[in-house]
Design a protein around this ligand. Structure first.
Ligand code: ZN
Length: 226
């Protein structure tokens, strides 16, 4: 087994992904910005020379089927389909191989973003921090090649994003190690690994679905604040 695959410490990969649900609220969600070249370009940003880190609050998490609520403060809320990594072991200043061994599983994650507020504020806390702005799917456990995962986003059954983690600027093992040299990652924390090109707006009545192909899925209706 290479450094880029991991064994599930809890189940040994014995539980089918669909039977495992992310019920506990994570302590923190660490996100990576601009980790696919084409997405950095579509927003007019440079491709970063080191990972760009930001946080989403744990209160933004919702599950499969829960509604994404569009806040009155924003005119443009967008989907960002991403591969999420659930931490299994405490990681502090971890090597890449130790970090990969500390993974609990993989989730489909939607880093919902108020794009207008992100531009206006220049930092991301408000734009990405609203309640309901972090749909997370079932946890897929078992050994996987982290460089060969495919993330797909569909809006109203139409495919809008598709990319392989092989296209990332910074690979997942490097990201986990890098983040763990800044802040300790604790069991249940989630790393959102960045979105590929194709992001776009959501409107009331849409249904947005993020899938890590064959592993995890999260589907959410979109509505206005009542
Ligand atoms: Zn994102």
């Amino acid at each position: 087994m290479s450094d880029l695959t991991f064994d599930d410490p809890l189940t040994g990969g014995g539980i089918p992904p669909a039977d495992v649900h992310h019920t506990a609220r994570p302590g923190k969600i660490v996100c990576i910005g601009r980790n696919y070249r084409e997405h950095a370009k579509e927003l007019g940003n440079e491709v970063p020379t080191e990972p760009l880190i930001f946080l989403k609050p744990s209160t933004s998490v919702i599950g499969d089927g829960d509604a994404i609520v569009l806040p009155e403060q924003s005119e443009r809320v967008e989907f960002e389909g991403e591969v999420g990594i659930v931490i299994g072991d405490t990681l502090a200043r971890a090597s890449e191989s130790d970090a990969v061994r500390g993974i609990r599983g993989i989730v489909a994650l939607n880093d919902v973003t108020a794009r207008d507020l992100q531009r206006k504020d220049t930092q991301f806390t408000r734009a990405k921090g609203f309640d309901t702005f972090c749909p997370i799917g079932n946890v897929a456990t078992g050994a996987r090649d982290l460089t060969r995962l495919t993330v797909i986003t569909r809006v109203n059954d139409e495919e809008r994003q598709r990319a392989s983690t092989s296209e990332m600027v910074f690979p997942i093992a490097m990201l986990l190690s890098y983040v763990s040299h800044v802040m300790t990652l604790e069991p249940g924390d989630i790393l959102a690994t960045g979105t590929p090109a194709g992001v776009g707006p959501l409107a009331p009545g849409d249904v947005v679905e993020v899938e890590v192909e064959g592993l995890s899925m999260v589907s959410n209706p979109v509505r206005s604040r009542a």
